[in-house]
Write a protein that binds this ligand. Sequence first.
Ligand SMILES: [Zn+2]
Length: 320
Amino acid sequence: MKKTENILDWIKKHEIVLGDGGYLIELERRGWVDSGSGREKVGTGKGTGQFTPEVAIEHPDALRELHREFLNAGSQVLQALTFFGTREKLNRAGYGGQTEAINAAAVRIAREIAGTSALVAGSVSRTQLFEREGPSSADHVRDLLTEQIRLLADAGVDFLILETFFHLQEMLIAIECARASGLPIVATMTFRPKLTECSDGHSPADCARAMVDAGAHVVGANCEQEPERILAITREMRHVVNVPIAAQPATFRTTDETPCFTRLPEFPDGLESIQLFRSAFEKFAASAKSEGIQYLGGCCGCNAAYIHALSQGLGVSRTL
Ligand SMILES: [Zn+2]
């Protein structure tokens, strides 16, 4: 893929694009990212310093290496590690003053590794303010997302992935901010603690319709669940919209009672015990293809072995 190619043209031409995996959980396991579990109960969505992306400026070689591994496994998109990269979230972790530097470095590193072999996406996630303060934070959220998206656009990302939003209302603000950049928008909601509705009570179908109406070019779901549960969500979305659908599941086994890994007692320090076999991702690729998913990747827990399994499931050859 030429780096000048547009993600939407690529999907149209090749029908399916293979994304990458999850950065923060993998880098935490490798010792480069702080989970925050030593100081607080992680997984409430209301925490302070956990899982922020300062690794881009503090340990850039660790980030480079993970990008390289994804590319080698077949990823056609590299996401800049800008998840939780809004100023207020970074501020809570003690890195607010380096918001510009972290976002710019993350994009620069992703681009350096992608070269002309992959596109670079800017990752934009929920701010956590809707979970902490409720809808009254909307204006603050808009300011924070506007700033981060401007930093990502200035740094030269090819498109934006708005991901891991629990509240549809916050996602719609993000889409509005993203539209101002003129970049293609992939928007994926995350369903927690229920699969049937997001945190502000909208079904997957309603979320899909609303995201498309707001201007997203590709919609779908990411994180929290294993492939089978994510596919149930995207299937519902598929029926009501005509844009390409994206699915980026986690690699952890959840339960019917608690279908989201960040609410399980294993998060974040015992995740190895609920890690899926990578063969589940090979199977997922085949099902996703037959169900018309056009943007496929992984989220938390998905390292290069899982991307390789997706490549095999899709019948895509490795780049090296
Ligand atoms: Zn995730």
